[in-house]
Design a protein around this ligand. Structure first.
Ligand code: 1CP
Length: 343
């Protein structure tokens, strides 16, 4: 067995699988006591720069839950300091930008990155590939829109007012910014694939803030540049957004073998919109995991049944694992998905 024959990679391509594969967005991290133990006294971004620590944190959920794929422990803002951005990840808040982007001079100081700028990520990937054996490793990057939202707002936002104002008021500036961010995301992902990841996920977590028309006009060409720039590498590409039900066909058009669906859209409906050339990933509501076991299993069974409409289904949550989730509920869910789908 190699990662390329794994249930996860096969489901991404839509070929036959021994069981439905399962992994969880944010499986590495805050829900695990062993994560808090090894992170003690080390800042989030600093943690991402230490290959041994990244390897340990990435492996923790694989050991504990027996998930079908590992996801690199990193963050979407990790490549930004090399591009000249002053960014920190503040506990309880998320990414905070010291020098938000406002005008063309700000966009011009955003430098392209090279593989050597993120060599610490490549080191971690190489270590992980050795440790993981037949278990595939997923690499990821933030999509241009989601990265832009942090860079323009200066941090997390509810309304994306500054972001959308730039988009509507100054399309030239907007496209210059998104073009540079697409270049950074592409370089970051190509470096991860060169080091050995078996699949990539482009997180456009906040694209759901846009109408389909605006997504197509202001965002799709840039996300398509990232995904299209990976097409020659032979690894499956997953494209994910939250609250992006109306954007799903456009997100597939951007160039993805798999579209990640949040909990709002049934996978059967998503698949009907996406057609037979695309696999789906998702989409149990992460809050379900706080309910009794019977509820989790009934909801997971529904998701599995709806997922059968697609050419391939990677079981996941509709968004990331919430920090207070009982890790045992995740382990039980992995067992349930495997036991009920074994061929
Ligand atoms: O101190 C800490 O522990 C900080 C919490 C934390 C963690 C564990 C952050 C800050 N990032 C991460 C890791 C991380 N980030 C992973 C780990 C791999 C895994 O999935 O197991 C991944 C995939 C990300 C990607 C990421 N970062 C996204 C896209 C995925 C998503 O959840 O939508 C986004 C939007 C971010 C920004 C970010 N980083 C951290 C936080 C709290 C946030 C979100 C803040 C906000 O609401 O805007």
């Amino acid at each position: 067995m190699t990662p390329a024959d794994s249930a996860f990679v096969r489901a991404c391509w839509g070929t036959s699988v021994p069981h439905t594969p399962v992994w969880f967005m944010r499986q590495a991290g805050r829900s695990l006591p062993e994560y808090h133990q090894v992170r003690k006294g080390i800042g989030m971004l600093e943690s991402c720069r230490r290959p041994e620590l990244v390897t340990e944190i990435t492996l923790q959920p694989v050991r504990r839950h027996g998930v079908d794929a590992a996801i690199l422990f990193s963050d979407i803002v990790v490549p930004l300091p090399a591009a000249g951005i002053d960014v920190d990840i503040v506990p309880g808040t998320g990414p905070v930008i010291g020098d938000p982007i406002r005008d063309m001079a700000d966009v011009r100081r955003l430098r392209p990155i090279t593989a050597s700028d993120v060599d610490f990520v490549a080191s971690a990937v190489r270590m992980l590939v050795r440790e993981l054996g037949a278990t595939p490793l997923i690499g990821f990057a933030g999509a241009p829109f989601t990265l832009a939202s942090y860079l323009i707002e200066g941090g997390p936002s509810r309304t994306y007012t500054k972001t959308k104002t730039m988009m509507y008021a100054d399309p030239g500036l907007w496209h210059a910014l998104l073009g540079r961010l697409a270049g950074i995301a592409l370089e970051f992902l190509r470096a991860q694939v060169a080091a050995g990841v078996s699949a990539v996920q482009l997180f456009d977590s906040w694209a759901g803030a846009l109408s389909e028309a605006d997504y197509r006009r202001y965002v799709l060409p840039h996300s398509a540049a990232v995904l299209g720039g990976l097409a020659d590498l032979g690894v499956p590409r997953i494209h994910f957004g939250v609250g992006a039900g109306v954007l799903l066909p456009a997100m597939a058009e951007a160039g993805a073998e798999v579209v990640g669906v949040d909990w709002r859209t049934p996978l059967s409906r998503a698949s009907a919109q996406l057609g037979p050339q695309v696999s789906v990933q998702g989409n149990l509501d992460p809050v379900t995991l706080f309910a009794p076991r019977e509820v989790v299993e009934a909801e997971a069974a529904r998701v599995l049944a709806e997922g059968r409409a697609a050419r391939g289904h990677v079981f996941n949550l509709g968004h990331g694992v919430l920090p207070d989730t009982d890790p045992d509920a995740l382990t039980r869910l992995v067992d349930f998905v495997h036991e009920t789908t074994v061929q």
